[in-house]
Design a protein around this ligand. Sequence first.
Ligand code: UD1
Length: 423
Amino acid sequence: MDAILVRGGRPLNGQIPIAGAKNACLTLMPATLLSEEPLTLTNAPRLSDIRTMTQLLQSLGAEVTSLQEGRVISMSSHGAINTRADYDIVRKMRASNLVLGPLLAREGHAEVSLPGGCAIGARPMDIHTDGLGLMGAQIDLRDGYLYAKAVGGRLKGAVIDFPFASVGATENIMMAATLAKGTTVINNAAREPEIVDLADCLRRMGAQIDGDGTASITIQGVDRLGAATHPVVADRIELGTYMLAPAICGGEVELLGGRINLISAFCEKLDAAGIDVTETDKGLKVKRRTARASAVDVTTAPFPGFPTDLQAQMMALLCTASGTSVLEETIFENRFMHAPELIRMGAKIEVHGGKASVTGVERLKGAPVMATDLRASVSLILAGLAAEGETKVSRVYHLDRGYEHVVEKLSTVGADIERVTDQ
Ligand code: UD1
């Protein structure tokens, strides 16, 4: 198994290109199931999660071809579609549940394995299934699978009030509603940029959608969707992650393709911590104003709030900031697993339930560490970049799920980082 070796202490200077968003691409790919005609995605990220979604769609009978070294994904679901999404693939990746809405809308029935829990929390699907129920789906849970059937063979429009602005449920219902009979309104819908990107793509395919990016989305169902080519939006989590690299190490880095409106709450917190972020014609430039960052309190929230997917990386910065910061996680119940690893590197962190109190130290110290999830693993790399000595981050397969060419991107700006074979 591979590991990442980081020798810390170097300032970082230069440019890092930001890839297309993993979480957008994983949502856009199942949209191919809604149409008999081709869907082509450009600016796709090259990640193992994308390969898992490719396998899942192929298992359902879609043709999926990777072009231009994975930058372009060409898909077609013109033939007969298999409606059963197997546990063997679904358990690998939570986003697999996004085939439920499209399969149900297209075929009138679907059998999709429940993904099960994951390292960061239980992650139930009741908001998805309650919404589809209002659209006329009967859904039973048997043998770990959701057996869903549209009464009368076709979903119908409904007014759905979400109890929580779930990203996945908004995506599933939005896709299902494009082919339903009549109008669907989702109230308390998620507003993440990935939702707007999905709506843009569906509109290109011929869907009628309004209000995406606000808390109320209206979808007027149509009889069929057509072909489209769509560029995947920039990855705001990769962007925020690499913005933290010069914030932690010093230097000045420009993130190509970055935009403040993708992560404005995050940029506000960086500013409060003493980090300058300026928009350029190519992206965002980041530079620390002072010798050390300052403590700042952070609470994760649905968009436009501070993203849960940047909480672990922000903690890496706050470990060496002057003063005590409080990080509160409100989205997932078990998302501080990076804390004990950072403590092994000399960080002062106390976790009490959903809150972590971080008192900055002058310098972290390199150590062998391991991560249990994707964002936690990159936070350990960031911490390693600032630490004295060598840090070895094991279980790199987590990282490969969500960050392409992390070693190359960080080396280009001057980091001492390499991928090694872990014994
Ligand atoms: C979440 C993040 C999203 C991120 C993605 C990948 C939020 C709001 N969502 O999306 O930004 O890109 O992870 O890491 O930050 N829940 C239920 N019932 C459901 C669905 C969700 O109770 O049917 C709860 C979850 O347990 C969790 C919260 O809602 O506490 C967030 O869920 P949701 O937004 O649906 O998660 P993802 O779609 O995975």
